[in-house]
Design a protein around this ligand. Sequence first.
Ligand SMILES: C[S@@+](CC[C@H](N)C(=O)[O-])C[C@H]1O[C@@H](n2cnc3c(N)ncnc32)[C@H](O)[C@@H]1O
Length: 322
Amino acid sequence: MSYLKAAEDFYKEMAEAPEKGLCCTTSPVWKLPDLRVPPKMLEMNYGCGTTVHPRDLDDGMKILYAGIGGGMELLQFAYFLREKGAVIGVDAVPEMIRAAKENFLEAERLNPWFRHDFVRLEMGNTLSLPLHDGTVDLAAQNCLFNILKEDDLRKALAEMYRVLKPRGKLALSDPIAPGKIPGHLRENERLRAMCLSGALTYDRYLQLLVETGFGTIEVRARRPYRILDKKRYGVEKDVLLESIEVAAVKDPIPADGPCVFTGRSAIYFGEEKFFDDRKGHVLSRDMPFSVCDKTAKALKSLGRADIHVTGPTFFYDGGGCC
Ligand SMILES: C[S@@+](CC[C@H](N)C(=O)[O-])C[C@H]1O[C@@H](n2cnc3c(N)ncnc32)[C@H](O)[C@@H]1O
Protein backbone atom coordinates (compact mmCIF):
# COMPACT_ATOMS: atom_id res chain seq x y z
CA MET A 1 0.00 0.00 0.00
CA SER A 2 1.35 3.45 -0.83
CA TYR A 3 1.90 5.96 1.96
CA LEU A 4 -0.68 8.22 0.26
CA LYS A 5 -3.32 5.51 0.52
CA ALA A 6 -2.31 4.97 4.17
CA ALA A 7 -2.86 8.70 4.80
CA GLU A 8 -6.28 8.56 3.15
CA ASP A 9 -7.22 5.55 5.29
CA PHE A 10 -6.04 7.38 8.39
CA TYR A 11 -8.19 10.44 7.58
CA LYS A 12 -11.18 8.20 6.84
CA GLU A 13 -10.78 7.10 10.51
CA MET A 14 -10.35 10.71 11.63
CA ALA A 15 -13.54 11.69 9.77
CA GLU A 16 -15.59 8.90 11.32
CA ALA A 17 -14.18 9.16 14.85
CA PRO A 18 -12.60 12.60 15.33
CA GLU A 19 -9.47 12.80 17.44
CA LYS A 20 -9.32 16.11 19.25
CA GLY A 21 -5.91 17.77 19.30
CA LEU A 22 -4.41 15.61 16.54
CA CYS A 23 -2.27 18.35 15.01
CA CYS A 24 -3.14 21.40 17.05
CA THR A 25 -0.73 23.92 18.54
CA THR A 26 -0.80 26.72 21.06
CA SER A 27 -2.20 29.13 18.46
CA PRO A 28 -5.79 29.91 19.45
CA VAL A 29 -8.58 29.40 16.95
CA TRP A 30 -9.78 32.68 15.42
CA LYS A 31 -12.56 34.24 17.47
CA LEU A 32 -14.59 36.54 15.25
CA PRO A 33 -17.83 38.43 15.85
CA ASP A 34 -20.89 36.32 14.96
CA LEU A 35 -18.81 33.29 14.04
CA ARG A 36 -19.94 30.11 15.79
CA VAL A 37 -17.81 27.11 14.93
CA PRO A 38 -19.80 23.87 15.39
CA PRO A 39 -18.26 21.76 18.18
CA LYS A 40 -17.62 18.78 15.88
CA MET A 41 -15.89 21.02 13.36
CA LEU A 42 -13.67 22.32 16.14
CA GLU A 43 -12.83 18.77 17.25
CA MET A 44 -11.81 18.08 13.66
CA ASN A 45 -9.37 20.97 13.57
CA TYR A 46 -6.44 18.99 12.20
CA GLY A 47 -4.28 22.00 11.37
CA CYS A 48 -1.06 23.11 13.07
CA GLY A 49 -1.50 26.88 12.72
CA THR A 50 -3.69 29.07 10.59
CA THR A 51 -3.80 29.91 6.91
CA VAL A 52 -6.54 32.51 7.43
CA HIS A 53 -5.01 35.97 7.41
CA PRO A 54 -7.65 38.69 6.90
CA ARG A 55 -5.02 40.91 5.28
CA ASP A 56 -4.84 38.47 2.35
CA LEU A 57 -8.55 38.70 1.66
CA ASP A 58 -10.69 40.95 -0.48
CA ASP A 59 -14.19 41.02 -1.93
CA GLY A 60 -14.78 38.81 -4.93
CA MET A 61 -11.83 36.51 -4.29
CA LYS A 62 -11.80 32.84 -5.20
CA ILE A 63 -10.08 30.60 -2.66
CA LEU A 64 -8.93 27.03 -3.05
CA TYR A 65 -8.36 24.95 0.09
CA ALA A 66 -6.69 21.53 -0.26
CA GLY A 67 -7.19 18.94 2.50
CA ILE A 68 -10.33 20.20 4.21
CA GLY A 69 -10.49 18.31 7.54
CA GLY A 70 -13.71 19.26 9.33
CA GLY A 71 -13.92 22.47 7.29
CA MET A 72 -13.08 24.99 9.99
CA GLU A 73 -10.68 27.12 7.98
CA LEU A 74 -13.04 27.08 5.00
CA LEU A 75 -15.78 28.42 7.26
CA GLN A 76 -13.40 31.12 8.45
CA PHE A 77 -12.57 32.11 4.86
CA ALA A 78 -16.28 32.10 4.01
CA TYR A 79 -16.87 34.40 6.99
CA PHE A 80 -14.86 37.08 5.20
CA LEU A 81 -16.03 36.45 1.63
CA ARG A 82 -19.74 35.56 2.06
CA GLU A 83 -20.35 34.68 -1.56
CA LYS A 84 -21.66 31.55 -3.23
CA GLY A 85 -18.84 29.22 -4.28
CA ALA A 86 -16.11 31.65 -3.21
CA VAL A 87 -14.33 28.91 -1.25
CA ILE A 88 -13.55 25.63 -3.00
CA GLY A 89 -12.45 22.72 -0.84
CA VAL A 90 -10.71 19.69 -2.33
CA ASP A 91 -10.15 16.46 -0.44
CA ALA A 92 -9.20 12.91 -1.41
CA VAL A 93 -11.24 11.22 1.32
CA PRO A 94 -15.01 10.85 0.68
CA GLU A 95 -15.74 10.33 4.39
CA MET A 96 -13.99 13.64 5.17
CA ILE A 97 -16.08 15.45 2.55
CA ARG A 98 -19.23 13.89 3.99
CA ALA A 99 -18.30 14.92 7.55
CA ALA A 100 -17.38 18.46 6.46
CA LYS A 101 -20.69 18.80 4.57
CA GLU A 102 -22.58 17.91 7.77
CA ASN A 103 -20.45 20.41 9.68
CA PHE A 104 -21.33 23.15 7.18
CA LEU A 105 -25.04 22.41 7.54
CA GLU A 106 -24.63 22.74 11.31
CA ALA A 107 -22.65 25.96 10.76
CA GLU A 108 -25.59 27.27 8.73
CA ARG A 109 -27.92 26.57 11.66
CA LEU A 110 -25.58 28.34 14.10
CA ASN A 111 -24.61 31.34 11.95
CA PRO A 112 -27.40 33.49 10.41
CA TRP A 113 -24.93 35.04 7.94
CA PHE A 114 -23.63 31.68 6.60
CA ARG A 115 -25.00 29.63 3.72
CA HIS A 116 -23.53 26.21 3.04
CA ASP A 117 -23.20 27.04 -0.66
CA PHE A 118 -20.56 29.67 0.16
CA VAL A 119 -18.30 26.61 0.16
CA ARG A 120 -18.06 24.16 -2.72
CA LEU A 121 -16.54 20.78 -1.87
CA GLU A 122 -14.96 18.54 -4.47
CA MET A 123 -13.37 15.13 -4.37
CA GLY A 124 -9.85 15.45 -5.67
CA ASN A 125 -6.20 14.95 -5.04
CA THR A 126 -3.77 17.68 -4.12
CA LEU A 127 -1.32 16.11 -6.61
CA SER A 128 -3.70 16.81 -9.47
CA LEU A 129 -6.15 19.55 -8.63
CA PRO A 130 -9.54 19.61 -10.40
CA LEU A 131 -9.22 23.31 -11.28
CA HIS A 132 -8.21 25.28 -14.35
CA ASP A 133 -4.93 27.21 -14.61
CA GLY A 134 -4.79 30.71 -13.14
CA THR A 135 -8.25 30.70 -11.61
CA VAL A 136 -7.77 31.27 -7.86
CA ASP A 137 -6.60 34.32 -5.92
CA LEU A 138 -5.58 32.44 -2.81
CA ALA A 139 -4.70 28.79 -2.36
CA ALA A 140 -4.27 27.28 1.10
CA GLN A 141 -3.34 24.05 2.81
CA ASN A 142 -2.81 23.31 6.45
CA CYS A 143 -0.92 20.23 7.65
CA LEU A 144 -1.37 18.23 4.44
CA PHE A 145 1.86 18.96 2.59
CA ASN A 146 4.11 17.74 5.41
CA ILE A 147 2.57 14.29 4.88
CA LEU A 148 3.86 14.22 1.30
CA LYS A 149 7.23 12.81 0.31
CA GLU A 150 9.43 15.29 -1.48
CA ASP A 151 8.64 14.25 -5.08
CA ASP A 152 4.92 14.46 -4.35
CA LEU A 153 5.35 17.71 -2.46
CA ARG A 154 6.96 19.21 -5.56
CA LYS A 155 3.95 18.09 -7.62
CA ALA A 156 1.50 19.48 -5.06
CA LEU A 157 3.31 22.84 -4.96
CA ALA A 158 3.41 22.97 -8.76
CA GLU A 159 -0.34 22.32 -8.80
CA MET A 160 -0.99 25.17 -6.38
CA TYR A 161 1.23 27.43 -8.48
CA ARG A 162 -0.61 26.39 -11.66
CA VAL A 163 -4.11 27.21 -10.38
CA LEU A 164 -3.11 30.56 -8.85
CA LYS A 165 -3.58 33.78 -10.78
CA PRO A 166 -0.46 35.90 -11.32
CA ARG A 167 0.34 37.60 -7.97
CA GLY A 168 -1.93 35.08 -6.24
CA LYS A 169 -0.89 33.78 -2.86
CA LEU A 170 -0.34 30.33 -1.40
CA ALA A 171 -0.90 30.16 2.38
CA LEU A 172 0.66 27.20 4.13
CA SER A 173 0.91 25.83 7.63
CA ASP A 174 3.02 22.74 8.38
CA PRO A 175 5.39 21.21 10.91
CA ILE A 176 9.11 21.64 10.28
CA ALA A 177 12.06 19.74 11.77
CA PRO A 178 15.49 20.90 12.98
CA GLY A 179 17.24 18.31 10.79
CA LYS A 180 16.47 15.28 8.69
CA ILE A 181 14.04 13.02 10.58
CA PRO A 182 15.46 9.49 10.96
CA GLY A 183 14.44 7.02 8.21
CA HIS A 184 12.57 4.62 10.51
CA LEU A 185 10.18 7.47 11.40
CA ARG A 186 9.95 8.95 7.91
CA GLU A 187 8.97 5.56 6.53
CA ASN A 188 6.36 4.98 9.24
CA GLU A 189 3.18 5.66 7.28
CA ARG A 190 0.95 6.20 10.28
CA LEU A 191 3.29 8.68 11.95
CA ARG A 192 3.64 10.49 8.63
CA ALA A 193 -0.15 10.66 8.26
CA MET A 194 -0.34 11.99 11.83
CA CYS A 195 1.92 14.91 10.79
CA LEU A 196 4.75 13.67 13.00
CA SER A 197 7.46 12.36 10.73
CA GLY A 198 7.27 13.90 7.26
CA ALA A 199 8.47 17.38 8.21
CA LEU A 200 11.28 19.05 6.26
CA THR A 201 13.74 21.55 7.65
CA TYR A 202 12.90 25.25 7.51
CA ASP A 203 15.51 25.83 4.79
CA ARG A 204 14.35 22.95 2.62
CA TYR A 205 10.69 23.94 2.99
CA LEU A 206 11.42 27.47 1.79
CA GLN A 207 13.77 26.25 -0.92
CA LEU A 208 11.04 24.06 -2.45
CA LEU A 209 8.72 27.07 -2.58
CA VAL A 210 11.36 29.06 -4.42
CA GLU A 211 12.11 26.15 -6.77
CA THR A 212 8.38 26.05 -7.59
CA GLY A 213 8.71 29.65 -8.80
CA PHE A 214 7.33 31.79 -5.97
CA GLY A 215 9.20 35.10 -5.94
CA THR A 216 8.14 36.39 -2.53
CA ILE A 217 7.96 34.33 0.64
CA GLU A 218 6.57 35.56 3.95
CA VAL A 219 7.32 33.65 7.14
CA ARG A 220 4.41 34.59 9.34
CA ALA A 221 4.74 32.38 12.40
CA ARG A 222 7.00 29.75 13.86
CA ARG A 223 6.09 28.03 17.09
CA PRO A 224 6.73 24.85 19.09
CA TYR A 225 4.75 21.85 17.81
CA ARG A 226 5.78 18.42 19.20
CA ILE A 227 8.68 16.54 20.75
CA LEU A 228 9.82 13.32 19.14
CA ASP A 229 11.32 11.84 22.28
CA LYS A 230 13.90 9.11 22.70
CA LYS A 231 11.61 6.72 24.54
CA ARG A 232 8.58 6.75 22.25
CA TYR A 233 10.23 7.44 18.92
CA GLY A 234 13.64 5.75 19.24
CA VAL A 235 15.60 8.88 18.33
CA GLU A 236 19.12 9.53 19.64
CA LYS A 237 18.09 12.76 21.29
CA ASP A 238 14.76 14.50 21.66
CA VAL A 239 13.69 16.38 18.52
CA LEU A 240 11.67 19.59 18.75
CA LEU A 241 9.31 19.94 15.81
CA GLU A 242 7.99 23.44 15.15
CA SER A 243 5.02 24.55 13.12
CA ILE A 244 5.38 27.26 10.55
CA GLU A 245 2.98 29.57 8.73
CA VAL A 246 4.18 30.80 5.37
CA ALA A 247 2.70 32.70 2.44
CA ALA A 248 4.25 32.42 -1.00
CA VAL A 249 3.38 34.92 -3.70
CA LYS A 250 3.23 33.98 -7.38
CA ASP A 251 5.26 36.88 -8.62
CA PRO A 252 8.44 36.61 -10.68
CA ILE A 253 11.65 35.77 -8.84
CA PRO A 254 13.88 38.89 -9.02
CA ALA A 255 17.19 38.49 -10.86
CA ASP A 256 19.09 38.68 -7.56
CA GLY A 257 16.96 36.01 -5.90
CA PRO A 258 13.64 35.67 -4.06
CA CYS A 259 12.45 38.10 -1.40
CA VAL A 260 12.10 36.15 1.83
CA PHE A 261 10.55 38.11 4.68
CA THR A 262 11.24 36.69 8.12
CA GLY A 263 10.28 39.68 10.27
CA ARG A 264 13.54 41.63 10.02
CA SER A 265 13.61 45.42 10.18
CA ALA A 266 16.20 48.05 9.36
CA ILE A 267 16.29 51.30 11.34
CA TYR A 268 18.26 54.28 10.14
CA PHE A 269 19.16 56.69 12.96
CA GLY A 270 21.76 58.96 11.33
CA GLU A 271 22.10 62.72 10.69
CA GLU A 272 19.93 62.92 7.55
CA LYS A 273 16.15 62.72 7.28
CA PHE A 274 16.41 59.49 5.37
CA PHE A 275 18.85 56.98 3.97
CA ASP A 276 18.57 55.90 0.32
CA ASP A 277 20.53 52.80 -0.71
CA ARG A 278 19.87 53.71 -4.39
CA LYS A 279 18.46 50.23 -4.94
CA GLY A 280 14.88 51.21 -4.22
CA HIS A 281 15.03 51.24 -0.41
CA VAL A 282 14.49 54.54 1.38
CA LEU A 283 14.70 54.40 5.17
CA SER A 284 13.11 57.35 6.98
CA ARG A 285 15.08 58.31 10.08
CA ASP A 286 14.02 56.43 13.23
CA MET A 287 11.31 54.45 11.41
CA PRO A 288 11.55 50.64 11.42
CA PHE A 289 11.41 49.43 7.84
CA SER A 290 10.57 45.78 7.09
CA VAL A 291 13.29 44.20 5.00
CA CYS A 292 13.61 40.81 3.36
CA ASP A 293 16.61 38.65 4.18
CA LYS A 294 18.36 39.73 0.97
CA THR A 295 18.03 43.46 1.72
CA ALA A 296 18.95 42.87 5.38
CA LYS A 297 22.20 41.24 4.25
CA ALA A 298 22.96 44.03 1.77
CA LEU A 299 22.33 46.78 4.34
CA LYS A 300 24.45 45.01 6.94
CA SER A 301 27.29 44.62 4.46
CA LEU A 302 27.48 48.43 4.19
CA GLY A 303 28.92 48.37 7.71
CA ARG A 304 27.25 51.65 8.68
CA ALA A 305 27.08 52.61 12.35
CA ASP A 306 23.80 54.48 11.80
CA ILE A 307 21.76 51.56 10.44
CA HIS A 308 20.60 48.78 12.72
CA VAL A 309 19.30 45.57 11.15
CA THR A 310 17.33 43.25 13.40
CA GLY A 311 17.32 39.45 13.28
CA PRO A 312 14.34 37.38 12.16
CA THR A 313 11.29 37.22 14.41
CA PHE A 314 9.53 34.75 12.06
CA PHE A 315 6.41 36.85 12.63
CA TYR A 316 6.25 38.92 9.46
CA ASP A 317 2.93 40.68 8.97
CA GLY A 318 3.34 43.02 6.06
CA GLY A 319 5.08 46.04 4.64
CA GLY A 320 8.63 46.29 3.45
CA CYS A 321 11.24 46.54 0.84
CA CYS A 322 10.33 44.43 -2.20
C1 LIG B 1 -3.93 16.90 8.65
S1 LIG B 1 -5.50 16.99 7.88
C2 LIG B 1 -5.67 18.73 7.76
C3 LIG B 1 -7.09 19.17 7.68
C4 LIG B 1 -7.34 20.68 7.62
N1 LIG B 1 -6.45 21.33 6.72
C5 LIG B 1 -7.27 21.30 8.99
O1 LIG B 1 -6.45 22.22 9.16
O2 LIG B 1 -8.02 20.91 9.86
C6 LIG B 1 -5.19 16.46 6.21
C7 LIG B 1 -6.40 16.53 5.27
O3 LIG B 1 -5.97 16.20 3.94
C8 LIG B 1 -6.84 15.23 3.38
N2 LIG B 1 -6.01 14.45 2.43
C9 LIG B 1 -5.20 13.40 2.67
N3 LIG B 1 -4.55 13.04 1.56
C10 LIG B 1 -4.96 13.90 0.58
C11 LIG B 1 -4.63 14.07 -0.78
N4 LIG B 1 -3.74 13.28 -1.40
N5 LIG B 1 -5.23 15.07 -1.47
C12 LIG B 1 -6.14 15.88 -0.88
N6 LIG B 1 -6.48 15.76 0.40
C13 LIG B 1 -5.90 14.80 1.14
C14 LIG B 1 -7.38 14.46 4.56
O4 LIG B 1 -8.60 13.83 4.27
C15 LIG B 1 -7.53 15.59 5.59
O5 LIG B 1 -8.75 16.25 5.41
